[in-house]
Design a protein around this ligand. Structure first.
Ligand SMILES: Nc1nc2c(c(=O)[nH]1)N(C=O)[C@@H](CNc1ccc(C(=O)N[C@@H](CCC(=O)O)C(=O)O)cc1)CN2
Ligand SMILES: Nc1nc2c(ncn2[C@@H]2O[C@H](COP(=O)(O)OP(=O)(O)OP(=O)(O)O)[C@@H](O)[C@H]2O)c(=O)[nH]1
Length: 467
């Protein structure tokens, strides 16, 4: 059996459903005979040809455009054939089936080319582009992110990553790291050169500059990841504080049910809102209180599950009730449980709601707003962005993933260890060399050099079919 990547692959490349035009795409080595069989003629490279696309009996399935990209000058780096037909589900299915059938016919006539044309798995075209060095891993991820982008800012920065802006920064870091490694390795190989040699070459200065550049890239990657992934904000508080009203006000739509009856919200309601292009996944939860009602108790237990998984918690209070002892006691109890269950780095934002109907003399710390009138919402939006760590989009931002941020943090840890060795009185040069090597590995994992097959599988399988 051939290795997976040696089989030619075929798929419908356009979104399922009706469309003006739909594309069936085939990629593999040596597709020319298949082109001949499917199109009844050879095609000029990279030129659209209008022709009938026929079934096995010679009956036309459709009339459309055929395009042949001989490898390596194609999306995947292999031969690519595109059949651009009318975008109906059945037409495209028939064309796809015809491709598989024509390949099987060629095989049965003993043609040595084109063994085992099969349906492509999700992301497999792009995976081939990666394996054939058309793009690196960060660029492949940017393709998926561009397709999935839900805001203009996300799309523009994914496009910048795709054209290599992020990869370029990684290469620059890696080049500097490799220079430093060469210096250290040379010192290891020639022990008589000893530590003076490193001092003369200003190894410490080189490492410091590298750490500074890394910090810059990390900050930008973090912003890019924020733009892609957003943060999860959970609105929590006692029943009737106005949590559902606040979600609705932030979303600008009546999503969650609002009533004056305490305990209205039973199950979580989630909405992604955007502030300056940053996606915030806001979740309204059941009001927190002691309850005998079975359904409400399940809702409250789910609320705590959501809170435990939050990046930030909006602790909502009712200004009109802040003077009541019972109310304050219940809030204190909630705060105690929040402190107990939340990791210390998760911020809790205190927000007092219903300013429109509370007296001016009331004292309360935290933000004040009215979900009803919208007063104070802008300040809350700004606070949320601040908590998310968003520093208003710098020019030329690129999209990044949490995976990239984690890898860059790992590089930082190795560089810190390396710096500690360099500063030590009797530095262990072999340990220093090892930290630098590990740092380089972590950088390589971003662009996909020496990345494990498992990780590649996870990344590409999240693509859509035909991509
Ligand atoms: N019809 C169609 N549109 C599409 C795609 C496609 O596969 N088919 N793409 C699929 O995602 C994207 C474009 N991606 C592509 C990337 C490289 C090449 C290509 O032919 N590259 C050659 C030549 C480059 C050049 O002339 O500068 C090469 O790399 O050598 C084609 C499409 C978006 N639009
Ligand atoms: N005056 C005033 N009333 C508000 C405001 N926000 C919400 N309310 C009212 O407070 C009551 C409760 O609002 P909800 O949004 O359902 O409160 P909740 O916190 O989701 O309640 P549960 O689902 O019971 O947990 C409703 O009668 C709302 O109209 C506000 O800003 N001002």
């Amino acid at each position: 059996m051939l290795p997976r990547h040696d089989h030619p692959i075929a798929a419908i490349a356009t979104a399922p459903g009706r469309g003006a035009v739909g594309i069936v795409r085939v990629s593999g080595k040596g597709l020319a005979p298949l082109v001949q069989r499917l199109c009844g003629r050879a095609l000029k490279p990279r030129e659209a040809t209008y022709l009938p696309m026929r079934d096995a009996q010679g009956q036309p399935i459709d009339h459309g455009l055929a395009l042949f990209f001989p490898g390596p000058h194609s999306y995947t780096g292999e031969d690519v054939l595109e059949l651009q037909a009318h975008g109906g589900t059945v037409v495209l299915q028939l064309l796809l089936a015809r491709c598989l059938e024509a390949a099987a016919e060629l095989e049965s006539t003993g043609q040595p080319c084109l063994p085992g044309l099969r349906l492509a798995q999700p992301g497999e075209f792009t995976e081939r582009a990666f394996l054939n060095d058309k793009i690196d891993l960060a660029q492949a991820e940017a393709i998926a992110d561009l397709i999935d982008a839900s805001t203009e800012a996300a799309a523009r920065s994914a496009s910048r990553s795709l054209s290599g802006a992020f990869s370029q920064e990684i290469h620059t870091l890696r080049d500097a790291l490799v220079r430093l490694r060469m210096l250290v390795e040379a010192t290891l190989d020639f022990p008589e050169e000893d530590i003076d040699f490193l001092q003369q070459a200003d190894a410490r200065g080189q490492l410091e500059r590298l750490q500074q550049s890394l910090d810059g890239v990390l900050a930008r990657a973090h912003q890019g990841a924020l733009l892609r992934e957003g943060i999860k904000v959970v609105i929590a508080g006692q029943p009737n504080a106005g949590k559902s009203s606040l979600l609705n006000a932030l979303a600008g739509a009546e999503l969650a049910i609002v009533t004056e009856i305490a305990g209205t919200t039973r199950d979580k309601v989630q909405q992604t809102i955007q502030i300056e292009g940053v996606p915030l996944h806001v979740i309204d939860t059941a009001g927190l209180r002691e309850s005998e009602d079975t359904v409400e108790r399940i809702g409250i237990s789910r609320a705590w599950d959501e809170i435990a998984a939050a990046d930030a918690v909006l602790f909502l209070h009712d200004l009109t009730r802040q003077g009541l002892d019972d109310y304050r006691a219940a809030d204190d109890a909630i705060r105690a449980t929040l402190t107990e269950r939340l990791p210390p780095q998760v911020p809790v934002i205190d927000v007092w709601n219903k300013t429109d109907s509370a007296g001016a003399d009331l004292q309360a710390e935290g933000l004040r707003l009215s979900a009803r009138t919208g007063d104070g919402l802008d300040a809350l939006r700004r606070r949320l962005l601040e908590v998310a760590g968003w520093q208003s989009a710098p020019e030329g931002l690129y999209l990044a993933r949490a995976r990239h941020v984690e890898a860059l943090q790992a590089v930082g840890t190795h560089l810190d260890q390396a710096a500690a060795q360099l500063r030590a009185a009797g530095p262990h040069l072999d340990l220093l060399a090892e930290e630098l090597r590990l740092g380089q590995n972590a950088l390589n994992a971003i662009t996909g050099e020496f990345t494990s097959d498992d990780l590649l599988g996870v990344i590409f399988s999240s693509f859509c079919i035909g991509k």
